[in-house]
Design a protein around this ligand. Structure first.
Ligand SMILES: Cc1cc2nc3c(=O)[nH]c(=O)nc-3n(C[C@H](O)[C@H](O)[C@H](O)COP(=O)(O)O)c2cc1C
Length: 209
């Protein structure tokens, strides 16, 4: 049975253009995999743990090859719970708008929580090794402007390269982007057309999984 973790990084609910495209993906995915298990994690509702000094002390113990014990183990309970939930999935759907040419802070917060030594990567003599193997990721995003390859603003897109880099580092290299753009720069009619096109691509991606 396929297990999909839907990570939501927009707080706009029904107003979200990103989630409109994701809804089309999920409908098509459910049709293809009626037995699938979908776990929804809305990061704005999740009350993600703060990375306190104690939690960071734990991270440095792990980076040094040690094990967490006592107070540090206790401090890491909620981090471990998020990592466990993440690793339980074999497919990820990330729904995220572009914010300031990158991802919203809440998604960066989540990444800072789950990307941990021993759990998602480890250092070896040959360099870092990602530990999240045999996973697939679909990133559905919408942007106010247009950053497509032929646009003069392509280099401003720090979102796709960042997500490919950080999740690639954890071992997730099979990543497909579905992008709706521009959502704001050319008015509502263009936005509506671009959402429709992105929904079509999202359905195709879902059917091919
Ligand atoms: C805080 C904030 C920052 C944004 N930064 C950018 C940006 O750098 N580039 C861009 O093209 N659009 C930017 N936008 C516009 C959103 O990416 C766009 O409206 C998107 O469709 C919103 O997605 P949503 O409806 O799913 O929330 C920003 C919007 C907000 C609220």
């Amino acid at each position: 049975m396929k297990k999909l973790l839907h990570i939501i990084a927009t707080c706009r609910g029904k107003e979200s253009r990103t989630l409109k495209v994701s809804d089309a993906f999920i409908k098509a995915f459910k049709l293809k995999h009626p037995e699938c298990n979908i776990d929804e994690l809305n990061l704005f509702d999740a009350k993600l743990p703060e990375l306190t000094v104690k939690k960071l002390d734990g991270k440095y113990v792990l980076l040094g090859g040690g094990e967490l014990a006592g107070e540090l183990k206790e401090a890491w309970k909620d981090i471990e719970a998020h990592i466990e939930r993440f690793l339980a999935a074999d497919i990820y759907l990330i729904s995220t708008p572009m914010w300031n040419f990158n991802i919203p802070y809440i998604l960066k917060h989540y990444i800072d929580i789950i990307v941990q030594p021993k759990y998602l990567f480890r250092y070896t003599q040959k360099g870092p090794e990602g530990l999240a193997k045999n996973k697939k990721m679909i990133v559905i995003t919408s942007r106010g402007g247009d950053y497509s390859e032929n646009s003069p603003f392509h280099a401003y897109d720090l979102q796709e390269p960042y997500l490919r880099t950080i999740f690639g580092f954890t071992g997730i290299t099979d990543i497909t982007f579905v992008i709706a753009q521009p959502m704001d720069a050319l008015g509502p009619e263009v936005a509506a057309q671009k959402i429709k096109e992105a929904e079509g691509r999202a359905v195709k991606v879902a059917q091919e999984i």
